[in-house]
Design a protein around this ligand. Structure first.
Ligand code: 3PG
Length: 206
């Protein structure tokens, strides 16, 4: 089973992807991989999300995870769709238990010190800070490094190409998440070249 921390060694940014049309799934994944972005978080927010994950997981070089896992059933569905990992906006023991039963590595979301402690108690030490900027961003990450020196973060929410370097400089930040690599207007116009360019810029951040 994949160790979620190993995802961070594959690139500095994990794109947060919303697929509205199934036909966009494969070319979008191919465009990101062509730009050097291999780890893809596909959110469970649209009716076609599970089919999109299944299709994207077959794109050579892509490592597809399911984002927006909220319930135990979401974890089962993501595993069945061929996802190699899951990401959740928050942390619950029920979701963590379902991921462990399904053999799905989880990057759980937290936004407070208490949630960090709950996730640690369940065995998770690599966590998504969400929504990163809204809950305190750089200052919060610096503050959390004191009591939690053994915890690494993937801040996500409100981060851009311009601000990502400030996050990636922090010792407890291993990778950032963000939706800026897949702007909806580029997907709508099937401008895969632009997405590859955005992926190249993101890959070069570290
Ligand atoms: C999300 O779950 O939508 C992510 O946090 C993406 O946030 P962003 O659009 O601010 O990058």
């Amino acid at each position: 089973m994949l160790d979620t921390l190993s995802l961070a060694s594959l690139g500095p940014v994990i794109p947060v992807i919303v697929i509205q049309r199934l036909e966009d799934a494969v070319p979008l994944a191919e465009a990101l991989v062509a730009g050097g972005v291999k780890v893809l978080e596909v959110t469970l927010r649209t009716p076609v999300a599970l089919q999109a994950m299944e299709a994207m997981a077959k794109v050579p070089g892509a490592i597809v995870g399911a984002g927006t896992l909220r319930s135990p059933q979401d974890a089962i569905n993501a595993k069945n769709a061929g996802c190699q990992f899951g990401v959740s906006p928050g942390f619950t023991d029920a979701l963590a238990g379902a991921c462990q039963s399904a053999g799905l590595p989880l990057l759980p979301g937290v936004s407070t010190a208490s949630e960090v402690m709950q996730a640690n108690a369940a065995g998770y030490h690599f966590l998504k800070l969400f929504p990163a900027v809204a809950v305190g961003g750089i200052n919060l990450l610096k503050a959390l490094s004191g009591p939690f020196p053994d915890v690494a973060f993937c801040p996500t929410g409100g981060i851009s190409l311009e601000t990502a370097p400030q996050f990636l400089k922090l010792p407890n930040v291993k990778v950032c998440g963000g939706s800026w690599l897949t702007p909806q207007d580029a997907v709508d116009t099937k401008d895969w070249g632009r997405i590859t360019q955005l992926a190249r810029e993101a890959s070069a951040l570290r």
